[in-house]
Design a protein around this ligand. Structure first.
Ligand SMILES: Nc1ncnc2c1ncn2[C@@H]1O[C@H](COP(=O)(O)OP(=O)(O)OP(=O)(O)O)[C@@H](O)[C@H]1O
Length: 340
């Protein structure tokens, strides 16, 4: 059960890699260190009773024969039964070893996997927001507005990348401009607090839209995040237009805060499903201005690159990078590795 940075035993090939989200589970199998991952059909978590059933239906039925599994899950990995934050599955690694005939199961946090991806993805899958320059050996940070708001840093220590996945989505988010001050009292809070995740995720976009409606004294008519972004892209609804604009500016502002915390001269990477969908309507100059507006460190911030990650399978790329070369990464798996 013990794995240290120096003696990480790695995983037995073929390795099943899986990104288990709230709505979808994405699987691939890596035959060996050098092979490209073979991807399988995306499984909807609602369509399968357990993750074991989903793996049998999607991977094994299609000829995949994994000997180990490396999973990234949205939820805390603390014990033999892992609850997913936004899905009905409970992952039971011990049971998986037996029912799927695996030698090892390793479970990571989904934002650790996103951080791994940021170490491995080529620049061609990133959409730059403004200038700056990637310092190859400097720290990076990834944030992902999606069902929730995930955050992880990626710190380089000599030749090893160390993902630092915390709960950065739950820090306080404050108003800055006069318009922010008018909107803030109308935001739905969590126990009296406006945290990042109250605004910078799918339901947060709806929260922001509703708060803008309240500030303007109009009845909200939209209730889903995609409805708000849809109405914004056709300019059909003034409050939706402002909600999406402010959402993207606040993401820029918050991304700048994360850059300061991690001194992320290696870049700030915006993942998750929402921002990449908004690329056609982003006001790049305004987002960049929010990102850089960090007196007394505006000059420093001008040099830090900001990207939108456009690869939809980024987490799987990160898991594959780790499965191929675990010793390149400072990931402690002692409490998160189950062996047959
Ligand atoms: N066009 C859109 N505009 C704005 N928000 C959207 C849009 N489509 C989906 N969303 C919202 O994005 C969130 C899902 O984000 P994301 O695609 O990153 O999923 P996730 O958290 O990774 O989970 P999963 O992988 O299971 O989908 C949901 O809140 C959803 O309502």
């Amino acid at each position: 059960m013990i794995s240290t940075l120096d003696s990480d035993p790695g995983l037995t090939f073929p390795v099943l890699i899986g990104d288990i989200g709230g709505t979808n589970a994405r699987f691939a199998v890596l035959e060996n260190e050098t092979a490209e991952p073979k991807h399988y059909e995306i499984a909807r978590t609602a369509d399968h009773k357990t993750i074991d059933d989903a793996i049998r239906a999607v991977v094994i039925a299609a000829g995949g024969r994994p000997k180990s599994a490396l999973l990234a899950v949205a939820g805390p990995v603390d014990g033999d039964e892992i609850d997913l934050t936004n899905a009905p599955w409970v992952i039971k690694p011990r049971q998986m070893l037996a029912s799927l005939d695996l030698r090892e199961v390793v479970v990571l946090n989904d934002f650790e996997a996103q951080a791994l991806a940021v170490s491995a993805l080529p620049p061609s899958v990133h959409h730059a927001i403004g200038g700056g320059h990637v310092h190859e050996t400097a720290s990076r940070v990834v944030l992902g507005p999606g069902t929730g708001l995930g955050v992880a840093g990626l710190v380089k220590v000599r030749d090893i990348w160390v993902p630092v996945a915390g709960e950065g989505g739950h820090v306080d988010l404050g108003p800055r401009t006069a318009r922010d001050q008018a909107i803030w009292p109308h935001l739905e809070t969590i126990e009296g607090r406006v945290s990042g995740e109250q605004v910078l995720c799918g339901r947060g976009l709806v929260n922001l839209y509703r708060a803008i409606c309240a500030a303007d004294g109009v009845m909200p008519i939209l209730s889903e995040p995609a409805e708000v972004s849809g109405a914004a892209s056709t300019a059909a609804n003034a409050q939706a237009v402002e909600a999406v604009r402010l959402f993207t500016l606040y993401v820029g502002r918050y991304a700048g805060d994360l850059a300061l915390i991690f001194m992320a001269r290696g870049g700030v990477y915006i993942g998750g499903g929402i921002f990449q969908r908004l690329i056609p309507i982003l006001d790049v100059g305004a987002i960049r201005a929010e990102f850089e507006n960090k007196a007394p460190h505006t000059d420093l911030m001008r040099q830090v690159p900001l990207f939108v990650v456009t690869a939809s399978l980024a987490a799987l790329t990160g898991l594959a990078a780790y499965a191929r070369a675990p010793r390149r990464y400072g990931i402690e798996t002692a409490e998160r590795r189950w062996m047959a």
